[in-house]
Ligand binder design. Structure first.
Ligand SMILES: Cc1cc2nc3c(=O)[nH]c(=O)nc-3n(C[C@H](O)[C@H](O)[C@H](O)COP(=O)(O)OP(=O)(O)OC[C@H]3O[C@@H](n4cnc5c(N)ncnc54)[C@H](O)[C@@H]3O)c2cc1C
Length: 430
């Protein structure tokens, strides 16, 4: 039997290096640069590229990818330990080559892309030279992909795309978009849509506006219109009608990476809160001496440790089974717990900091709004909870009896039948 909560010494040395590097060199970037995804901005090139090179030299670039794609092929537990450090800095994922949505897009290009698509899109994406966009959600709804109406119609040797997409992140910086569109309205619902690669400079693409998320100072989520956008037929990613299968693959390894990074984000806010409450006085007493403050600190610490254990255990299960279907319940549980964890820790941090906590001079309001992003971007929390409940209940059997199988009179009757004679024999000998 093996059961361990320890990291081996070699990997711990890597983690210690990552921690120091992120704190000293990566965290400051968010205070002097705009969006991490603005990879062609001269300032980003000047400051970010040397750090990416350092990460590459250290063998820590794009660790979620297999060696054939230039990564380390780390399992999810190692990625978990690494990502919980990266989660504290906005630029860390891009510096380590593992930022969403590019990591997922790279995954589907690696899986379904033709040799030409890989050469043209995957290679520069993996090198960090370009970024990409996943254009799926529509203004009329995102949680239910069956209501999407954007079309891709075959015309000779081209696909012609028409429709509107909503919250397509990073369109303004991306070199290409992976667009989900109805290619055969007559097919069965899950075979109606296809994925098409659309180069960003294709005529007919119109950014209606870039929508800001929360306090984002560079609005990056595009409301975008595709009008007679023509791409060559070979720009289909995967087979025709395979959009749902491709979308599932896209979630592959990245299924709980947001959760891993959320641990780092929440821990950073928690650390700030601890410093504050041991530093601030009210009515002659330190905030940390007040019981209701202590309760908030204890609740945050306990919730963070609980969530971390759930994430790491789920990562361990993914590594063990190599079959996401067997870990569906655990992954859904992680996704359902994630927004609440960040929300509660960010909200306590904000409140315990008082007026400065609610101000734009502190990162707590952003933490609170980020928690809502976590409850949406990977699908609404409700959907994940339904998955957990369905999987959990699937392991139980209903009773056909009028009273429950655990009804106490029945259990007493059963116990009596099992041990009654032995007790009577004992009674007779006393
Ligand atoms: C920061 C951010 C970045 C994003 N980036 C991208 C991107 O790059 N590309 C992209 O395509 N999309 C992106 N999205 C969109 C995201 O995928 C959608 O927000 C998500 O799928 C939900 O769709 P919706 O916003 O239309 O909400 P709706 O589908 O309208 O759902 C609204 C609410 O209804 C409830 N609800 C919905 N379905 C159910 C259900 N089955 N059971 C119970 N309750 C339910 C939930 O409370 C849900 O929050 C991003 C979103 C955010 C917040």
């Amino acid at each position: 039997m093996s059961w361990s909560f320890e990291t081996d010494a070699d990997f711990q040395a890597q983690l210690d290096w990552i921690d120091e590097f992120v704190r000293t060199k990566v965290e400051p970037l968010q205070f002097v640069l705009g969006s991490p995804y603005d990879v062609k901005n001269p300032a980003n090139i000047k400051l970010v590229r040397p750090l990416q090179d350092e990460v590459k030299r250290r063998g820590l670039w794009a660790c979620h990818l297999g060696p054939e794609l230039g990564g380390q092929g780390y399992g999810q537990v190692k990625l978990g330990l690494m990502n919980e450090i990266l989660g504290r800095a906005a630029f860390a994922p891009i510096v380590f080559g593992c930022q969403a949505p590019d990591s997922g897009n790279a995954e589907i290009l690696a899986h379904y892309g033709t040799a030409e698509q890989k050469e043209r899109w995957l290679k520069p994406l993996l090198n960090g030279e370009i970024v990409s966009c996943f254009s799926m959600t529509e203004p009329q709804g995102g949680a239910d992909p069956l209501i999407f109406t954007t079309t891709a119609v075959r015309d000779g040797d081209e696909w012609v795309i028409n429709g509107e997409k909503w919250f397509s992140s990073n369109v303004r910086f991306a070199d290409f978009f992976i667009v989900m569109a109805v290619s055969n309205p007559e097919a069965s619902p899950y075979q109606r849509q296809s994925m098409v690669i659309v180069p960003a400079d294709t005529p007919g693409i119109e950014i209606i506006r870039n929508v800001g998320f929360g306090a984002e100072h560079v609005p990056t989520h595009a409301y975008i219109r595709y009008t007679n956008v023509r791409v060559p037929a070979d720009h289909l990613l995967g087979g025709e009608g395979q959009a749902f299968v491709v979308a599932q693959t896209r979630l592959g390894g990245g299924r709980i990476h947001h959760a891993m990074r959320t641990i780092g984000h929440a821990k950073a806010l928690f650390d700030m809160t601890c410093e504050r409450v041991i530093s601030r006085e009210t009515k002659g007493r330190n905030l940390s001496q007040l019981q209701m403050v202590q309760e908030k600190i204890a609740d945050s610490w306990i919730e963070l440790e609980q969530f971390r254990l759930l994430v790491l255990r789920t990562a361990w299960l993914i590594d063990k089974h190599h079959d996401y279907k067997l870990v569906r319940k655990d992954i859904a549980a992680v996704k359902a717990a994630m927004p609440k964890l960040l929300h509660d820790i960010a909200a306590r941090a904000l409140h315990l900091h008082g007026s400065i906590g609610v101000s734009s001079e502190m990162p707590f309001a952003k933490g609170v709004i980020d928690s809502f992003f976590l409850g949406l971007a990977d699908g609404p929390t409700e959907v994940h909870k339904v998955t957990v409940a369905r999987e959990v209940l699937g392991a139980y059997q209903p009773t056909t009896d009028l009273f429950p199988s655990y009804h106490l009179p029945r259990r007493r009757e059963h116990a009596q039948a099992l041990y009654g004679d032995a007790l009577e024999d004992l009674q007779a000998t006393l």
